[in-house]
Write a protein that binds this ligand. Structure first.
Ligand code: IVH
Length: 668
């Protein structure tokens, strides 16, 4: 028999573990590291092994139990699980609001607005505070009893908090997988030679419907509650009710908001859409609900959807279209990138006709072939990609695609380096495609920033043999330029002036413009800061290069080799002879990076760089970049359409910078 002290210890461990779970999943504010949680759980498991008579069904150790013997049973829902009417256009939302105002005879309606989570609907039944049933939606009237799997999901409490729960409580919500959890799961599955999931929603559904709860327990499933089927004992406004459920220990999305009238709805849609790509989970729209439950009852239902709720969908991020052909593009360093030519398709808010296929390995792995029906994905400002082929709709005569063995631009041999995924054209600057890309890069905004020198013009300059290396640009004159297509005296004169104006770049820009392999803007800035001049960089050894923050052995070798190559030295000399005078940078070592100790949060879209470029640039100066605003945040950097992070910053009185402010920081 266990003594009093053991009983008390067990009790205390259970309470502490429940509390940590609540802090982690509901408050999103963990107070101990995961390892400490695991230690407490191990201690409880040990005590329960020694005293099995003290095990209770709602103990945190009892998440994984036995599999149901004969598959999942069917259970009838006491209250049917409904679906939602969909809206895609603003007009549909205005109609929705108008119908409600007319029916309720009110001027303005209070709504609750929530993200529409892209996962699997679940009904959870609690009796006397204990989880007794988890059921899938099924056909809405009856679903499958997946209780043993649901119990393994740590975000779902086995026992409600406090004492103030109704005798019977049935809540509804969504089980989903985070994007990061999905990526980790797929990595693990493919490492084990198992089949991967195509998206987080399928992964969530597949994991929940595992017959073996041991497997479900290893899947990173999450849960948010969005409603209740039984409302006795709960507040009579939907938004207050969610707050009450949160207090009972059920996780509720922090994006739930109370808004007024149709303008409030549309504003919520806009801000949530802007936040979409920054979230760690997929949402496919937002859901609007009349907030007052009496008003909901008055509105009632049509067929299987409530009249008081509406799903306002976002543009789909995945669509199906036909892959017309696979073409090969030659990059600046000769890398050959297969590009999919697609039948135009509207996805992620734009019409897409091309998508990257990355490299041959990827094409083989996905088994994508010309002529296939393919799934195309475009999320946010990420370039569109072909996700997979729909194999069972493939024409009988289709053939796997292979990389050409000669460069389509110059006919030089293509080499595939052992251990590298990319194939490369061996033509170097003989290859007009490589020359063109190198010049485009050189003239680009983040490089020498030569205004008016676009790719069409560069193409003509290369095709007519007027320019071989970047230095040749600085010898072009007005009559030569004016003779080109789509050019005239005035535009030619402007270009000559722009070339002149580009002659005094900072060292970092010049380095970036040279197009050294693996040297992006951030690395170029680190190199410039560290060495201060071209001469000392050109003379640096591999060891000296590795000592620079942001430079590893691979980059160091590329930089070293670049300056060993006589041709590159000639190009640099020719640039200096043509009058390029770069501005030296003050030398700075790793330990006195200017932003060490500062933490920034990025929100909204920036104009002059992507968020990930901004992040790398800040990090290269020693700053931390966090995903959420807290008291420790130094400043929030907000682009256009900022999300709720901006409100949070304002409520915590954290300074907010715009992109000009960011430029100033980066110049520090
Ligand atoms: S409310 C009576 N709220 O969308 C209203 N559903 O088409 C029933 N969903 O299968 C649903 N997020 O799983 C509601 N915040 C949210 C939601 C949500 C996702 C799913 C739900 C349902 C489907 C309805």
């Amino acid at each position: 028999m266990a003594d009093q002290a053991t009983r008390e210890r067990i009790d205390r461990l259970r309470r502490e573990l429940d509390d940590h779970n609540y802090r982690y999943y509901v408050l999103d504010d963990p107070s101990i590291p995961d390892a400490e949680y695991d230690r407490l759980l191990a201690e409880l498991e040990q005590l329960e092994r020694e005293h099995p008579e003290l095990i209770t069904v709602d103990s945190p150790t009892q998440r994984v139990g036995a599999a149901p013997a004969a598959g999942f049973e069917t259970v009838a829902h006491r209250v049917p699980m409904l679906s939602l009417a969909n809206a895609f256009e603003e007009q549909d939302v205005r109609e929705f609001d108008r119908r409600i105002r007319e029916r309720l005879d009110l001027d303005q309606i209070d709504y609750a607005a929530e993200p529409k989570l892209d996962g699997v609907a679940i009904a959870l039944r609690y009796e006397r505070g204990e989880l007794v049933l988890g059921a899938t939606r099924g056909d809405g009237r009856s679903g499958e009893n997946v209780t043993s799997n649901v119990r393994t999901i740590r975000a779902i409490p086995l026992k409600l908090r406090g004492k103030d729960w109704p005798d019977v409580l049935e809540v509804r919500g969504e089980i989903f997988m985070t994007r990061s959890g999905f990526a980790r799961l797929n990595q693990r599955l493919s490492g084990a030679g198992e089949k991967t999931f195509v998206n987080p929603r399928n992964a969530a559904a597949g994991s929940l419907r595992q017959l073996d709860p041991d497997i479900t327990a290893t899947r990173p499933l999450q849960f948010y509650c969005y409603g209740a089927a039984t409302v006795e004992g709960l507040p009579q406004r939907h938004s207050d009710m969610l707050e009450a459920l949160r207090e009972l220990g059920l996780p509720v999305s922090s994006q739930v908001a109370r808004v007024q009238g149709v303008d409030g709805l549309l504003e919520y849609h806009r801000t949530t859409l802007a936040e979409r790509d920054g979230l760690d989970y997929d949402i496919d729209g937002v859901v609007y609900k009349v907030d007052d439950l009496d008003q909901q009852r008055e509105m009632g239902f049509v067929s299987r959807a409530p009249r008081w709720a509406l799903a306002h969908k976002f543009p789909a991020q995945e669509e199906i279209t036909r892959l017309l052909d696979i073409e090969v593009q030659v990059g600046r360093t000769g890398a050959l990138t297969p590009v999919a030519r697609l039948e135009p398709v509207f996805v992620g808010g734009v019409t897409v006709t091309n998508a990257t296929l990355h490299n041959l390995d990827e094409i083989r792995r996905k088994d994508v072939r010309p002529g296939d029906q393919v799934v195309v994905r475009r999320a946010g400002d990420v370039i569109p990609e072909v996700v997979r082929s729909i194999v069972d709709q493939r024409p009988a005569d289709s053939q796997p695609w292979s990389m050409p063995d000669h460069c389509p631009a110059c006919g030089s041999a293509v080499e595939q380096v052992e251990g590298e995924a990319v194939a490369r054209c061996t033509g170097g600057l003989v290859c007009p495609a490589q020359r063109m890309r190198a010049l485009e890069h050189f003239a680009g905004r983040a490089a020498m920033d030569i205004e008016g020198l676009g790719s069409r013009l560069i193409q003509q300059l290369v095709e007519r043999d007027l320019v071989h290396s970047p230095a040749d640009l600085y010898h072009l004159d007005v009559p030569t330029l004016a003779a080109l297509e789509r050019m005239a005296e005035k535009s030619a004169a402007n270009l000559v002036q722009a070339l002149e104006a580009s002659k005094t770049p900072g060292l970092a820009r010049l380095l970036f413009a040279l197009g050294i392999r693996e040297v992006g803007e951030v690395t170029a800035a680190s190199l410039a800061r560290h060495f201060g001049s071209l001469e000392s960089l050109a003379g640096a050894s591999i060891e000296e290069l590795i000592a620079v923050p942001d430079v590893g052995p691979v980059v160091a070798e590329h930089v070293f080799n670049f300056f060993q190559e006589p041709h590159n030295r000639e190009v640099i000399q020719a640039l200096l002879d043509a009058g390029i005078q770069y501005q030296a940078e003050p030398v700075r070592q790793a330990d006195d990076l200017p932003l060490v100790g500062n933490t920034y949060v990025l929100t909204g879209s920036l104009e002059r760089r992507t968020r990930s470029e901004a992040r790398s640039a800040l990090e290269a100066l020693g700053a931390k970049v966090a995903s959420s605003v807290s008291k420790k945040t130094t400043a929030v950097i907000a682009g256009s359409d900022p999300g709720s992070k901006l409100d949070k910053a304002e409520s915590l009185a954290i300074p907010v910078l715009d992109e000009d402010g960011l430029d100033e920081l980066l110049a520090s």
